[in-house]
Ligand binder design. Sequence first.
Ligand SMILES: NC(=O)c1ccc[n+]([C@@H]2O[C@H](COP(=O)([O-])OP(=O)(O)OC[C@H]3O[C@@H](n4cnc5c(N)ncnc54)[C@H](O)[C@@H]3O)[C@@H](O)[C@H]2O)c1
Length: 282
Amino acid sequence: MAKVLCVLYDDPVDGYPAKYARDEIPQISSYPGGQTTPSPHAIDFTPGELLGSVSGELGLRRFLENAGHTLVVTSDKDGPDSVFERELPDADIVISQPFWPAYLTRERIAKARNLKLAITAGIGSDHYDLQAASEAGLTIAEITFSNSISVSEHVVMMILSLVRNYIPSYGWVVKGGWNIADCVERSYDLEGMAVGTVAAGRIGSAVLRRLKPFDVRLHYTDLHRLPEDVERDLGVTFHQSAADMVPSGRWKAGSSPGMQAMSGSPSPHRATTPGAACRIMG
Ligand SMILES: NC(=O)c1ccc[n+]([C@@H]2O[C@H](COP(=O)([O-])OP(=O)(O)OC[C@H]3O[C@@H](n4cnc5c(N)ncnc54)[C@H](O)[C@@H]3O)[C@@H](O)[C@H]2O)c1
């Protein structure tokens, strides 16, 4: 029987939700491109409930314990005295999340003699020493596409919040002000601007699709060019590199693994010279 060590972020400081804003969530059966969403035989939690924090336990406790496995859940993941470090040596499976990652360094992998599988409950593998994992025969798994659309919606939200100066303006309202000039002095329409994305994989192309109706000029760079019909449908212009894209980009969002591609970008200083104002969002 396996020991599953699960690292999750802490519960809300205001307490675990007693009720939720919605009593249902939309049924999504497939992602763009046709990949289907997970289709378990049964679930024993209510969709939409908070499962990602410690008390939610990813909805796994009954499922695992009924099958005879052990589940240890903690948010305490850093340092030699952490619960994670103490529980790791006899764990068979580690589960953690991209935003609250349990780092599996070479040293930790060496200590984890039983470890066979490390799962990211989401997407991202930056918190694993992949070379050490490979040498140890450890399987690293993530849930492809599981939150790519969430990230693309977030990117659109950030672009709109920034271009409209929303967060500083909200700050004025919270302070009790109605300082219109302070709010609008850096507030613009996105319409007509050029927006570029560094990488057009699942996230990047979802960002492009979502921004198309805003009547912007879309640009992208990627190691692999999108199919011609997709480029035509989106009205998006391809560039060989992030640096090539800047003269045409007022907005630039990065969604490539590790953001290496952004390293080819001009510095924000150069990108903000008069006449070439460009905001970079990673
Ligand atoms: N933290 C999170 O919750 C979270 C969620 C989703 C995605 N992510 C991360 O965001 C990144 C993108 O996710 P995705 O789902 O779109 O992945 P994806 O694999 O669908 O797309 C990645 C794209 O990046 C391109 N690319 C790779 N290296 C490049 C380079 N040097 N220059 C230009 N393009 C390059 C690839 O060709 C590919 O099209 C991944 O690193 C993923 O781990 C994180």
